[in-house]
Design a protein around this ligand. Structure first.
Ligand code: GLA
Length: 417
């Protein structure tokens, strides 16, 4: 009886509390134009890299043909600067006719034909951040209907050129308007990033009800300084942020910039590892037509993707930071497994870090198997009190996937006839 009451309350709470689209039960994965391609609208001198239908079709081709889609990278997302500078005579947003001659509906069809999804960008305000037409409160329903009629699957809704009270009205309105279209359109809200990212200005309970993901903090740029600044902000505020994330509702530390110009190999591995631990959306912003095998391998690391996509959807956290500038991060995963990341903010040389699981407050079960996520090295029978040493390169990371020793035995036993 007690059990029944509990589950009924849970069902009611779920119905009332989540954005009613059932989407993104695990963090979304895909590609987003902004960090790499910005607002490059010069298609006459830079036809391959300007914001145009060609760019998005190229990326859809790469996602579909180079193994990305099978790993879960399914969204092809347009960012700012896609629209014509004026709405049409009916007041509808239209794509720039030179750069998107076939229109967004045709682009959505193309993307869908590859088994992928299309995301688009709008802005709650008089203009987008790049100066293109924004969405004012009275245009919200029309724009939601327009996006749905084009077959769009996700909307990133930015917040330039509007004030806090307009945002407080507009974001819930757009959420409702998207639901009312009857099309499942995932909703990415930039709202908290405009309000400092923290309570009391930001109401994360409400955001979880109306958005599938939200940008909390500054824009990412193509530099380690930028990535590090973001990581540090998320660890500093993890007590607030960790508990607000879960299936259908994710904190978004912004795009993966692996494959561009600003990160070393170690730093690239660190970004991917921490984004996995943080249960972050994995939107790459890079040129998939010209990415190295090394960078692809980081972004396509199956175990890191599995960690990121764990069905429990619990965001991980930094559990220890020493004066040695080594941080230990941990994410609890389903089936009594977990991910541990040893992350170095040192700038000198590879550092030998010695610890034991019990020193990290991991005490049960007594024995684990350990898989080093990047090297593939496996170690069995690691007792929680046994000391071990990892070597972490400057601005690099060592990620360990831990699973109870017994689970291995069980799988083997099951296989026996
Ligand atoms: C803001 C957003 C970025 C990007 C640009 C586009 O800065 O935070 O992610 O969408 O606008 O102009």
């Amino acid at each position: 009886m007690g059990m029944q009451v509990v589950s009924l309350t849970l069902v009611l709470a779920t119905c009332g509390l989540s954005l009613d689209n059932g989407l993104m039960r695990t963090p979304p994965m895909g590609w987003l134009a902004w960090e790499r391609f910005r607002c490059n609208v010069d298609c006459s001198t830079d036809p391959e890299n300007c914001i145009s239908e060609r760019l998005f079709m190229d990326m859809a081709d790469r996602l579909a043909e180079d193994g990305w889609k099978e790993l879960g990278y399914e969204y092809v997302n347009i960012d700012d600067c896609w629209a014509a500078l004026q709405r049409d005579s009916q007041g509808q947003l239209v794509a720039d006719p030179q750069r998107f001659p076939s229109g967004i509906k045709a682009l959505a069809q193309y993307v869908h034909s590859k088994g992928l999804k299309l995301g688009i960008y709008g802005d709650l305000g008089t203009y987008t951040c790049g100066g293109y037409p924004g969405t004012t409160l009275d245009q919200i329903e029309l724009d939601a209907r327009t996006f749905a009629s084009w077959g769009v699957d996700m909307l990133k809704f930015d917040g330039c050129y509007s004030n806090s009270s307009t945002k407080a009205m507009g974001y819930p309105m757009m959420s409702k308007a998207l639901n009312a279209t009857g099309r499942h359109i995932a909703f990415s809200c930039s709202w908290p990033a405009y309000e400092g990212g923290l309570p009391p200005e930001v109401n994360y309970t409400l955001l979880g009800e109306i958005c599938n993901l939200w940008r909390n903090y500054d824009d990412i740029d193509d530099s380690w300084e930028s990535v590090r600044g973001i990581i540090n902000w998320y660890s500093m505020h993890q007590d607030v942020l960790q508990r607000v994330a879960g299936p259908g509702r994710w904190n978004d530390p912004d795009m993966l910039i692996i494959g561009n110009f600003g990160l070393s190999f170690e730093q690239s591995k660190s970004q991917m590892a921490l984004w996995a631990i943080l249960a972050a959306p994995l939107f790459m912003s890079n040129d998939l037509r010209a990415i190295s095998i090394q960078d692809s391998a980081i972004l396509q690391n199956k175990l890191l993707i599995r960690i990121n996509q764990d069905p429990l959807g619990l965001q991980g956290r930094m559990i220890l930071k020493g004066i040695d500038d080594i941080e230990v991060w941990m994410r609890e995963l389903s089936s009594s497994t977990m991910a541990l990341a040893f992350f170095s903010q040192r700038v000198d040389m590879p550092y030998h870090y010695t610890t034991a699981l019990s020193q990290l407050n991991i005490t049960a079960p007594d024995v684990f198997s350990v898989l080093d996520v990047y090297s593939g090295w496996v170690h069995h029978d690691l007792k929680v009190d046994t000391k071990f040493t990892v070597t972490i390169n400057p601005s690099g990371v060592v990620v360990l996937y831990l699973y109870p020793e017994k689970s291995l035995v069980k799988t083997q036993e099951k296989k026996r006839p």
